[in-house]
Ligand binder design. Sequence first.
Ligand code: SF4
Length: 125
Amino acid sequence: MDSRLDTGRLRREWRTMQAMLGIYCSGHGHICPPGQRLCTECAGFRGYAERRLEKCPYGPVKPTCAKCPIHCYKPQPREFAREVMRYAGPRMLLRHPWLSLTHFMDKARRVEHPMAARRSRSDRD
Ligand code: SF4
């Protein structure tokens, strides 16, 4: 099945999320079902994050979720995402330096609300 997450920036974002979740899950000694790389709770969050990313209104120009003015996550998964980022963020540098660097660069980008971006695009046209 084709997915928006198969290409470009969204693919990289998705890989970063999965890498961070893997670091968080194994670092906390969570028990994974046989043949799985994540425990049930972390896998549940991964499914939620995947759906959010697939529906992200920014598409391939999305900011990091932490800097997003919309923030489409519900409060509980949002808090879980924060916990994962706090734990895995510093560890990413050693384990996935390229993903870590590109995530850092994405964080530094200026972010506009999609409605404002659409308005300024139509003003220019
Ligand atoms: S939080 Fe913002 S950037 Fe992240 S998926 Fe939701 S809308 Fe997109």
